[in-house]
Design a protein around this ligand. Structure first.
Ligand code: FAD
Length: 499
């Protein structure tokens, strides 16, 4: 008997993981990707001898990638290699303070005490608490479907739910951090973790203080061939599992019949599939691919996460005072986030994130140069005058970097490319160019993400950063795991209806 056919819409990181998992379950899998390249947000740009990872730059929970190799009996290190960073990030403030966040928590805490005067023991206490909270709620919120009663009917889940008020469901991240630390620079440093899922530290619940655990206790990692090698190694793995890729092939419709998803319309032609997993943003899945169906408006209209403005600058000088990850903080963080989330614009003093992969992978820049991925958090696309905002922000970023690095940054740029909320939206079909789907700016956000299956259409499932459990590489990988576990549970119960 032939293997049942499964389709994955989109070759983002979630779609690649779903394809590998479905192939492992015995499906004949085809991935349809609108772009001529796979990876979605996890792609790369090359120009004049410089290489840039286009989207994600921080790699956490690498075991979620390893798990895909192990699932099919392969040794991950034979195909995909990474190292744990000794130094996580270098932080710079306008008052001249510089601080290195070492991976070793004790060394980091001592550095904080030396540079900021905050007792090292407080920092260690904060990181211990972050670990405890992660261990209490991580399993419930990240590793399982939140939309199945069985998720909640066990002792671990009940214990986590009872603890939620204590863990900070009712206070904000900023409120909790300002109560905990004396030094405002340290409050700012830990508030920044709200941006890891595109949220506002002045609104997002303190529960998100579980995020520093990932970076500071488990670790930050760097794939030796760059972030884009996550995509290339997973595509190669999928191909070894027999997955077919149809790149440059947008899906036009999900075809339905009597409450079931039964196939796809591609290039005007119907193609039958037993199972369909959409890795396309959930808003565009409904609006573009299922325009005639009833839409879950409450979920689709949730406020979206922030977006980003990225200047990819090929620089012809090297800066020993910089590392792989560098943050240049704004003077007034609250004002910066009010600009993003309340006024939907960009402050004149944005925090600048500078990622330089040539520090670890020298061939990413010509000799004597560096590849600067220079990113500012900005609002999602609501039709702002982006050309005007980009021109202003470029000036502010260059002025800030020139000031804090004692150079004329503009004169060092040899090549330049740009990504903004409009191009993120156009290239990945992400609603409003949001990086992480819905924002987590309210305490019910986790429950207002779309499930990993359709409650209207049998055989239709969802994965990727716009659905449960959320955005970012590790969570998008987990979404694929949850979606395909649901496929395994549900599909052998219902007969296939041919088109
Ligand atoms: P996406 O990458 O959103 O891809 C979806 C794919 O579906 C696209 O390729 C699209 O073309 C395709 N598609 C859509 N509609 C159709 C259709 N009709 N037919 C066929 N194909 C279709 N995460 C981190 O973990 N660490 C970071 O440091 C980090 N930084 C980031 C910085 C930037 C600038 C960006 C943009 C994102 C960042 N993220 C980061 C977030 C992370 O990149 C995403 O959460 C993750 O890659 C989303 O993957 P996904 O599976 O949702 O797919």
């Amino acid at each position: 008997m032939k293997n049942p056919r499964a389709a994955v819409i989109g070759a983002g990181i979630g779609g690649l993981a779903a394809a590998i998992r479905l192939a492992h379950q015995g499906y004949a899998v085809t991935v349809f990707e609108a772009n001529p390249y796979p990876g979605g947000k996890l792609s790369e740009i090359t120009s004049d001898g410089y290489r840039f990872d286009a989207g994600p730059s921080l790699f956490t929970l690498p075991d979620q990638v390893d798990a895909l190799f192990r699932l099919v009996g392969e040794e991950p290190r034979d195909h995909f290699d990474y190292e744990r960073l000794d130094e996580i990030c270098r932080y710079f403030w306008e008052d001249g303070t510089c601080l290195t966040a070492w991976a070793d928590p004790v060394r980091f805490a001592q550095e904080v005490e030396a540079q900021l005067g905050e007792p090292a023991e407080r920092v260690l206490q904060f990181l211990r608490r972050s670990r405890t909270y992660f261990e209490l709620v991580g399993e419930l919120f990240l590793f399982r479907s939140l939309h199945k009663p069985s998720t909640f009917l066990n002792r671990t889940a009940l214990r986590a739910i009872r603890q939620l008020p204590k863990l900070g469901l009712f206070s904000t991240m900023h409120g909790a951090n300002a109560d905990f630390f004396l030094d405002p620079r340290l409050v700012q440093l830990f508030n920044r973790f709200a941006t890891y899922n595109g949220s506002d530290p002045y609104q997002t619940p303190a529960l998100l203080n579980i995020i520093p655990h990932l970076e500071h206790n488990i670790g930050a990692f760097f794939p030796r061939q760059g972030m884009h090698s996550i995509t290339t190694s997973l595509v190669a793995l999928a191909r070894r599992q027999g997955v077919t890729f149809r790149l440059g092939t947008p899906v036009e419709r999900i075809l339905t019949h009597r409450g079931k998803a039964i196939g796809l319309q591609v290039a005007g032609k119907p193609l039958p599939f037993r199972v369909i997993v959409s890795n396309a943003d959930v808003v565009s899945t409904y609006r573009r691919l299922l325009p005639e169906r009833r839409h879950p408006h409450r979920i689709l209209r949730q406020p979206k996460s922030s977006s980003a403005l990225i200047f990819y600058w090929g620089i012809d000088r090297q800066f020993p005072q910089l590392g792989l990850h560098n943050i240049f903080f704004s003077r007034d963080y609250r004002r910066e986030f009010a600009h993003i989330f309340r006024h939907q614009t960009v402050s004149d003093d944005p925090t600048v994130y500078l990622n330089i992969t040539s520090k670890y992978k020298p061939d990413d820049a010509p000799p004597g140069g560096e590849n600067w991925f220079t990113m500012v958090n900005v609002p999602n696309n609501a039709g702002q005058d982006w050309d005007g905002l980009i021109a202003q922000t470029r000036q502010h970023v260059l002025a800030k970097l020139s000031r804090l690095l004692s150079c004329d940054a503009a004169s060092l740029i040899r090549t330049e490319a740009l990504l903004d909320p409009r191009s993120i939206e156009a290239r990945t079909a992400s609603a409003q160019g949001a990086l992480y789907g819905n924002s987590s700016n309210n305490r019910y956000a986790a429950f207002l993400r779309h499930a990993n299956y359709s409650s209207q259409l049998a055989h239709l499932y969802f994965c990727g950063g716009s659905v449960h459990p959320g955005g970012g590489i590790p969570l998008s990988l987990l979404s694929a795991r949850i979606a395909t576990e649901l496929v395994a549970e549900r599909e052998n119960r219902s007969p296939f209806l041919p088109l």
